[in-house]
Write a protein that binds this ligand. Structure first.
Ligand code: BG6
Length: 290
């Protein structure tokens, strides 16, 4: 447990898992220490922007279904399709709160993890623990999430993603703009394809795009747009499990797929990162509501 003195507007609550509850003039939200997981962000006067499953587990050692899971040091089953657990062990680790402040009406939080603190978690083999990570969250009118990964004494190779679950009114009336012309790996149908126009949703969708640019999630049912910009991210992943896959996931309600979409800022597959000893890579993602 952390012993930082917390400012007014940021509280650390212990149950069911230790979490920071933010209530600042520009926004409210929740960040779990388990996985440094941003679980809620609601700009003042708006509806929640992040989606959270009513069936999610909130248990130590289990991923949380919703919000922004951190995928690290691999994405899915890894670039050689041989890693477990899916999306790496970092989302299962207990991070440490090292800074908490309220600046200009927004919450500023820094959580840190030393690789060896993940030792003992499934998949956390000795040869992938020589790193440290920090998650820097600025939660206000916009949400900025910076994931820093620093290599230890040896070269460190990893994939990563900020696996952002967004709340939408109706997936059938939602499009993702900004990916026209981008090539993508289709994890449902297989093969590499080129996106033509906005992404719309008519069935299970699981695409890893080669794209560094901004995207907009246009939610016609709620009458709002979520803009997602990023830096140092070569991939954007768009995922909705649709009906059959959702029904197979124990921590996902059978009808919940209609009200969510994941748009993830990633460096995955062929865009894995190799850092020299002591060097740092920073992936930044910013969400803004219109
Ligand atoms: C997405 C992947 O990023 O995450 C999907 O592209 C995967 O293939 C989804 O199903 C959810 O993963 P998980 O491990 O959180 O169930």
């Amino acid at each position: 447990m952390n012993h930082l003195r917390l400012p007014e507007g940021i509280a650390l609550l212990p149950d069911p898992l230790p979490r920071l509850v933010v209530t600042v003039p520009t926004a409210s939200g929740v960040v779990y220490l388990n996985g440094a997981h941003v679980a809620e962000w609601t700009p003042k006067g708006a509806d929640p922007v992040l989606w959270m499953s009513a069936e999610s587990w909130f248990e130590e050692g289990q991923p949380i279904r919703g919000g922004i899971p951190i995928c690290l040091p691999w994405f899915g089953p890894g670039r050689n399709n041989d890693k477990s657990p899916g999306h790496g062990f970092v989302r299962l680790a207990q991070w440490n709160l090292v800074e908490a402040a309220v600046v200009d009406g927004a919450a500023h939080l820094v959580l840190a993890l030393a690789g060896e603190e993940a030792s003992g978690l499934p998949g956390a083999d000795e040869d992938c623990l020589d790193f440290s990570a920090r998650l820097i969250v600025r939660m206000g009118t916009t949400l900025e999430v910076r994931l820093e990964v620093t290599a230890g004494k040896s070269e460190y190779t990893f994939e990563e993603a900020l696996h952002t679950y967004l709340s939408v009114g109706d997936i059938h009336r939602t499009t993702v703009e900004g990916l026209d012309g981008a090539s993508y790996l289709d994890k449902v149908a297989g093969g590499i394809h080129t996106q033509d126009g906005p992404v719309d949703f008519t069935g299970e969708t699981d695409r890893v795009f080669e794209s560094t640019g901004e995207v907009a999630v246009v939610d016609t049912a709620k009458g709002r747009t979520i803009r997602i910009s990023k830096t140092d991210s070569a991939n954007t992943v768009v995922w909705n499990p649709w009906e059959a896959k959702a029904a197979k996931m124990p921590d996902f309600g059978d009808r919940e797929w209609t009200s969510m979409v994941c748009v993830e800022a990633a460096n995955a597959l062929g865009n894995f990162i190799t850092l020299q000893p002591g060097h740092t890579h920073t992936l930044v993602m910013t969400l803004a509501l219109e």
